[in-house]
Design a protein around this ligand. Structure first.
Ligand code: AMP
Length: 214
């Protein structure tokens, strides 16, 4: 099963993608996670991406496309995968289609998690991320057991630079102008499915599974 997750930043793509990956035993490929790991480790890619990410802008397509196409050719992707955060622009989607054609593959479904901007801004201000392992928490919906301390590795939790309200506004504007056109792109290819992302996490997951198991 080859799945793309679409939706604004903070719509819950990552949370749902992780659960789907677990259920179907396929890799969860999050370009945001890959980039954050690279910035934490100070790699060349990380150094190039950092400034864009902190400002709520997209990292240039040229850096993203090769990264994802390489990842999809790794052994663990033969059974399928779930792409979270890629593609994010029409050129990324077109390059992905071309690369998959060469590999004799195609995407089965693009799931768009729909959440209004007002809900997103409220949700993101409560998000906290671990400075060390990168795991994410939420002060109301998914709190760690000790305030501002990561349950996984014991390091500090912080409001990520790109989750600050002014950056979230910028990321939403970028989403509407550059990423939202993908809804039409995948509608035209008859693989788009829309999901109401305002429901609680479990209902959203059940609705996704219902779509995948049709
Ligand atoms: P995310 O965790 O998916 O919201 O990604 C965090 C940040 O990483 C985004 O705001 C972008 O700066 C960058 N990023 C992640 N995926 C992409 C992509 N496919 N194209 C460009 N930039 C990306």
């Amino acid at each position: 099963m080859k799945i793309i997750m679409l939706g604004a930043p903070g719509a819950g793509k990552g949370t749902q993608a992780k659960k789907i990956a677990e259920k179907y035993q396929i890799p969860h490929i999050s370009t945001g996670d890959i980039l954050r790991e690279n910035t934490r480790n100070g790699t060349e890619l990380g150094k190039k991406a950092k400034g864009y990410m902190e400002q709520g802008l997209l990292v240039p397509d040229t850096l993203m496309i090769d990264l994802v196409v390489d990842r999809l050719q790794q052994k663990d992707c033969t059974k399928g995968y779930i792409l979270d955060g890629f593609p994010r622009t029409i050129p990324q989607a077109e390059s992905l289609d071309e690369a998959l054609k060469e590999l004799g593959q195609k995407i089965d479904v693009a799931i768009s998690i729909e959440v209004p901007d007002e809900n997103i801004i409220r949700r993101m201000s409560g998000r906290r991320a671990c400075v060390s392992c990168g795991s994410t928490w939420h002060i109301i919906h998914n709190p760690s057991s000790r305030e501002d301390i990561c349950d996984i590795c014991g390091e500090a939790l912080m409001l990520r630079e790109d989750d600050k309200p002014e950056t979230v506004q910028k990321r939403l504007a970028v989403y509407h102008s550059q990423t939202h056109p993908l809804i039409q792109y995948y509608t035209d290819r008859n693989i788009l499915k829309e999901i109401d992302g305002t429901k609680d996490m479990k209902d959203v997951f059940d609705n996704i599974i219902r779509i995948l198991e049709v």
